[in-house]
Design a protein around this ligand. Structure first.
Ligand SMILES: [Zn+2]
Length: 167
């Protein structure tokens, strides 16, 4: 499998709405494996297919210190609860972080890599990553949620190297 190049702003593929997956074939399985490799190589918490230039509703998430890699096909948020302020970065907007409002709890339905239905109830970083990645497949970026530019900041060089929570 291979590490793909990550699309960054202002690449227009980041602004497009990805299409639903209908074929659970070998090329989907290869895309999923490549996305996992790419996310790990970039030290990311998650990755959406738009970020590697593929307009399909495919998301992978790997929370640090958790064993499981989550693979979500056609994910949809079905319920959110509460609000909290978080700081957030994105692999497609390197060198910046922002402060924005995300939900406390998120409930998502999706399909697994074989097309079987699954549901996730999440809090904390997983909830944040789910909202962030599902935004990506709708062409939305975290900077769209910022209330002003005061909430976006550029990282110093040493911070870029040590920041791992880009999604
Ligand atoms: Zn992102």
């Amino acid at each position: 499998m291979s590490v793909l190049s990550i699309r960054t702003l202002p690449d227009s593929v980041l602004r497009e709405k990805a299409k639903k997956v209908t074929l659970f074939n070998e090329s989907l399985q290869n895309l999923i494996e490549d996305m996992i490799d790419t996310m790990r190589y970039a030290n990311g918490v998650g990755l959406a297919a738009n970020q590697v230039g593929v307009l399909l509703r495919v998301v992978v998430i790997e929370i640090p210190d958790e064993e499981e890699v989550r693979i979500l096909i056609n994910p949809e948020i079905i319920k959110v609860e509460g609000e909290r302020r978080v700081d957030e970065g994105c692999l497609s907007i390197p060198g910046y972080r922002g402060e924005l409002t995300r939900s406390v709890k998120v409930r998502v339905k999706a399909l697994d890599r074989r097309g079987k239905a699954l549901r996730i109830r999440a809090e904390g970083l997983l909830a944040q990553a789910l909202e962030h990645e599902i935004d990506h497949i709708n062409g939305v970026l975290y900077i769209d949620h910022l209330s002003s530019h005061e909430h976006l900041w550029k990282l110093e060089r040493d911070e870029v190297e040590t920041t791992t929570e880009a999604i």
